[in-house]
Design a protein around this ligand. Structure first.
Ligand code: COA
Length: 245
């Protein structure tokens, strides 16, 4: 397991509250997905009693981000025509979605988003938001293998911190992967290639994981603005093969 702490990855920069991000998670997701995002303080952020109990006593900041995630999730569920039921916490910190729903949550320094879809439309999804800063060098080294690192170095130089895009892509992949397999996936278990020309990426599992039906590759999209990197991965439902004849 790669040892990368949450604070190391994120840096300490709070969201510049006067600015709205120029990118949206909605634009990265297919039409079957309902998504909601929030920037800065929102007076409607609430926890349902069951969620507050599941969270327990935590620091104020953690309570805020957890509640913001749940509030976004409920907005997204309502837009899907689903009631605003509690979203509890699984044994591996994953959100426990209402029956028939797949989804994902992210929050980073005042930005928060949630996305949901009907299980019949998507098998899984993962979304991730990160501050658009360079990753600390030791973190980049810990989350990539050599070929991946070289490929990131070949991406067009400019204003995009490709190392952060790569990191976020891997976190989105993990959030889609986990509900399908309930297994750990290390950062270096997946080889991610980023296509700078069309805002897409692909993650390929380096060691196929036997005893699961999870895919061995994950397709995603990314968007970047001054303050934020957003990534999203969706996994289609497998269709039964058609036998002709
Ligand atoms: C779980 C993890 C991906 C969360 O990412 P993060 O950048 O720390 O935080 P984010 O705000 O983007 O996401 C947090 C949300 O992810 C969701 N989440 C947490 N664990 C999860 C899991 N096992 N499966 C799916 N979603 C999960 C939760 O909704 C959480 O918010 P909440 O606790 O308020 O409900 C990250 O902490 C982690 O453990 N990463 C290591 C595994 C990994 O990424 N491997 C890469 C494989 S290529």
């Amino acid at each position: 397991m790669t040892s990368v702490t949450r604070d190391e990855r994120r840096g300490a920069m709070p969201w510049p509250s006067s600015r709205k991000p120029a990118v949206s998670i909605v634009g990265l997701l297919p039409a079957v997905v309902s998504a909601a995002q929030m920037v800065g303080r929102d007076s409607e952020v609430r926890l349902l009693p069951e969620e507050a109990e599941a969270l327990g006593r935590v620091a104020e900041h953690r309570k805020w981000e957890f509640a913001a995630g749940r509030t976004c999730a409920r907005r997204a569920l309502r837009a899907l025509g689903r009631p605003a039921s509690p979203i509890l916490i699984g044994t591996h910190r994953e959100p426990v979605w209402p029956r028939g729903i797949v989804g994902s949550i992210t929050h980073c320094h005042g930005y928060c988003a949630a996305a949901v879809a009907l299980e019949q439309d998507l098998a899984a999804m993962g979304i991730d938001g990160e501050p658009h800063d360079p990753l600390p060098a030791d973190v980049l080294e810990a989350i990539t293998n050599h070929a991946e690192l070289a490929a990131v170095g070949d991406l067009p130089r400019g204003r995009v911190h490709w190392d952060r895009v790569l990191f976020s892509a891997k976190e989105s992949i993990y959030k889609a992967w986990f509900p399908l397999t309930r297994k750990w996936l290390d950062f270096t278990d997946v080889f991610v290639t980023v296509d700078s020309s069309d805002g897409t990426f692909h993650g390929r599992l380096l060691e196929p994981v036997i005893d699961t039906t999870a895919p061995t590759g994950f397709d995603g999209r990314f968007a970047v603005c001054a303050d934020l990197v957003l990534t999203a991965v969706t996994v289609e439902c497998s269709r039964p093969s058609v036998i002709e004849g």
